[in-house]
Ligand binder design. Structure first.
Ligand code: 8YV
Length: 324
């Protein structure tokens, strides 16, 4: 009988990472990439010592009650709002995430989405594909300036800072930020970012970029009242999490042109998308792909695997999440 710990890989991931894990563990992989219900996930995990999850598997008290052997859940994501940390702590289950390896790639995508939104690339492409392009017009898809404009960042962790550097150093933008805590002066200087209150951030933003974690406190951090504080020419970019923005309020603001445009990679209740967001033209929509380069997704899978290996070998994960 094998004495290796048993792990579940909850979604399909790179075969080479599955093979690496199989050298250390008795692995059950979800090769068919079935989106298990919470009950099915609990049944799969019932006899496992560890799990590799993505952001779409919720780890909470009802599930943990059915998984008495479980000791660690390694998320292949930097965000871990799928973890009920208090329930995991109570059950003696450690969580880990994948910080750092996706910072620059995610910041690149944030910038790509900002530029596509400001410069109306999706709208323009749909127009061209529909065969509507017949002549040049002076105001055809005229959008908002990116270089030299004011970039406002809500949430100034690693990804926020990487976006600030791109904006300040690459595009000559004035960078404002708001965060739970202010950055150290050296870091502010390096990012050329000015700390302001949330209301001032909203009012001065030409482009508002959301890069904060999803928590009870950040639920609907951008709703009707916050959108009303923004300039009618402003754009809003969300690469953080669905639920930080009130999508119904945003769809209405976009339809009424109370802000100019939005770029959204994440949605409340994704993969479902608010039907009105699908109707308004001034929004660029992508299916949660900000970290999706081959190299970065491989680095994320490997770091999640390394967390499991280190935990069962040394009793410590490499990048545990705060369990308080
Ligand atoms: C993941 C993400 O692809 O890391 C995160 O927090 O949102 C993405 O990079 C997604 O959560 C799947 O795990």
């Amino acid at each position: 009988m094998s004495t290796k710990p048993r792990i579940l890989i909850a979604r399909r991931i790179f075969p080479e990472v599955v093979q690496r894990l199989a050298q250390h563990f008795e692995v059950q992989a979800n090769d068919e990439d079935i989106a298990w219900t919470p009950q099915e996930l609990a049944a799969q995990l019932a006899d496992k010592d560890g799990a590799l999850t993505t952001g779409s598997q919720r780890i909470d008290a009802p599930l943990l009650a059915l998984c008495p052997r479980l000791k660690i859940v390694a998320n292949m994501a930097v965000g871990y709002n799928n973890f009920d940390v208090a329930a995991m702590r109570a059950a003696g289950v450690l969580g880990s995430n994948t910080p750092d390896v996706l910072t620059e790639t995610t910041a690149d995508f944030g910038f790509a989405l900002l530029m596509a939104t400001a410069r109306r690339m999706a709208e323009a492409e749909h127009y061209l594909r529909a065969g509507l392009w017949q002549n040049w017009r002076y105001d055809m898809f005229a959008g908002a300036e990116v270089h030299g404009s004011t970039l406002a960042i809500l949430g100034m962790g690693r990804i926020g800072q990487a976006i600030a550097r791109r904006g300040a150093h690459g595009f000559g933008m004035r960078v404002l930020y708001h965060n739970r805590s202010r950055l150290a002066p050296e870091l502010e200087a390096e990012c050329r970012a000015e700390y302001v209150g949330k209301d001032e951030l909203l009012a001065r933003a030409d482009h508002l970029m959301l890069v904060l974690p999803y928590t009870q406190q950040s639920h609907h951090a951008i709703g009707a009242a916050e959108l009303a504080r923004m300039k009618p020419t402003a754009t809003l970019i969300n690469i953080a999490r669905g639920g930080i923005v009130d999508d119904a309020a945003l769809a209405q603001a976009l339809a009424e042109r109370r802000i100019a445009a939005a770029g959204l990679d994440v949605f409340e209740g994704e993969p479902a998308v608010h039907p009105e967001l699908l109707q308004v033209p001034n929004v660029v929509l992508t299916p949660h792909i900000a970290s999706a380069t081959v190299a970065t997704r491989l680095a994320m899978a490997n770091l999640a695997a390394d967390n499991l290996i280190a935990f069962f070998r040394d009793g410590q994960a490499l990048t545990p999440v705060e369990m308080t």
